[in-house]
Design a protein around this ligand. Sequence first.
Ligand code: ATP
Ligand code: MG
Length: 167
Amino acid sequence: ELTLFGQFVSHTIDRFDMMLASDQESNIAIRRDFSEEDILVEIDQDKIIQVIDNILNNAIKYSPDGGTITIRLMTANNEVILSIQDQGLGVPQQALAHLFDRFYRVDKARSRAQGGSGLGLAISKEVVELHNGRIWANSIENIGTTFFIALPIENLDGEDEWLNETE
Ligand code: ATP
Ligand code: MG
């Protein structure tokens, strides 16, 4: 569906925030560092919600001491980039390239205790690439991890220009 991405991300976080608020044990806060500009994207909303939910769930799962999750939206070169930054365990540099592999988990023992199958990020990558987007991560061990999702901006004006040019 044609979607106003800022609003869509806000609503997705709203629902997540309500879940967190009802969880007495949670000591995580979500900070929104973006304004809801009118950025249009063409997305399967249910699928992109799954991607954001998985990354937010990971941020919580792998932040044993809690902390703040910061969410930002930027635009660059006809892309909108959503970033989700946590203050958790982080990931060693050599593991970063494998995060999106099926069944890959950084610390087998640690991850097993947390539950999960190691498929979340592999599925997320598939979904984002089906949208002609990109997904990647930066991390510093014991400082935190940031995930980035870039999606093409739907440029309705651009289509008009193209029509005019070919007339
Ligand atoms: P699933 O999502 O299938 O329930 P999972 O969370 O282990 O299981 P992924 O979401 O694919 O699987 O993540 C793969 C691995 O990447 C995790 O097991 C964890 O080791 C590491 N990881 C993912 N997100 C973070 C994060 N925010 N901080 C630290 N490590 C992370
Ligand atoms: Mg996961």
